[in-house]
Design a protein around this ligand. Sequence first.
Ligand SMILES: *Cc1c(COP(=O)(O)O)cnc(C)c1O
Length: 424
Amino acid sequence: MKKKPFVDKEQIEKMAKEYPTPFHLYDEAGIRKNARELKEAFSWNKGYREYFAVKATPNPFLMDILKSYGCGYDCSSLTELMLSEAVGAEPGDIMFSSNDTPAEEFAYADKLGAIINLDDITHIDFLEETIGHIPETISCRYNPGGLFKITNDIMDNPGDAKYGMTTEQIFEAFRILKEKGAKEFGIHAFLASNTVTNEYYPMLAKVLFELAVKLRKETGAHIKFINLSGGIGIPYKPDQEANDIAVIGEGVRKVYEEVLTPAGMDDVAIYTELGRFMLGPYGCLVTKVIHEKHTHKEYIGVDACAANLMRPAIYGAYHHITVAGKEEEPCSHMYDVTGSLCENCDKFAVDRMLPKIDIGDYLVIHDSGAHGFSMGYNYNGRLRSAEVLLKEDGSTELIRRAETPADYFATFDCFDIAERLPKK
Ligand SMILES: *Cc1c(COP(=O)(O)O)cnc(C)c1O
């Protein structure tokens, strides 16, 4: 399928007058439509709730939009907890799915009334020592090990993942937690990432629902929720077919009715912790072509770099690129599209067929709405870009300004750089 950006050249040119490139742009209409469809897909389950994975796009304006569809927040660090608190998260609105957790973060999560999802059996004692009790509602993260397969396709390798408890450990953990006063239990697992198939959630649900029935039977624990976590992917490439969330919701319902309902467990709530699926396609990185270079290859140099969008550099991830205004032109030229970092992996595309590009063209780098801005970093002293929201009425709002050198230097408390620079 042809990938079309949610913004055109004329809009970009107008925006670029107000917000210097590069910037991440988010599509409010797309975010709202998708959130509505997700909610609808799981409306058969009374307690259903999405806890948006804050790490994907930690921006309070976007978090606030999702809140209006009933979303809570999935956090795994102190600042993500603080951000969720700042956008008004109440007790129960936060899922704290963290690993290798510092004591102060457990304490803060507990103070906010977050649901704590334990990554390891040793965290039971660690949590109890930290906050002085075991919460009445508690969750455990499960990792069955081995490979996670759909028929013969390997989806991911849980046996190689650092997260979660083994089967033996989760039974033991439930027994210990129950003894220590826990009353309501949750089960959580994240076994495959960025899955572009409608089968992942139903397969994962089957594993977790069967586990839940056994846990209930053997430990007597009341299972309040099953958290299918993240992992629903998006079609980064034009030849991939998007997931159909309605089909996924139905698939999970079918397994629910096969496994949980006959076991008398039809009060179990389904939770999700989606990040990529919620925002990935509804963000893009807008950047301007500032150089072309003809050496052993044809290079296009843009004003963004891997500090703004790291996925291509670290995973070799594909992000589709549209040359604004040249949507209908033939892709007749092969380019490497590069940023300015002194690292050869700083390329948004390698050997990519694109229309002929000219200096001054704007490129739209697709699907940067999740794990895009948030993975940004300051290597080479590069600064993070602005984030802009394209609203439903077509107007724009700056929802995070670009970093300045002063932000970059702000942590040198012991070295006043402003003092040493020539006064303006
Ligand atoms: C990263 C993460 C998510 C979200 O993953 P996506 O791939 O963005 O859906 C959800 N839960 C936990 C615990 C995570 O670490």
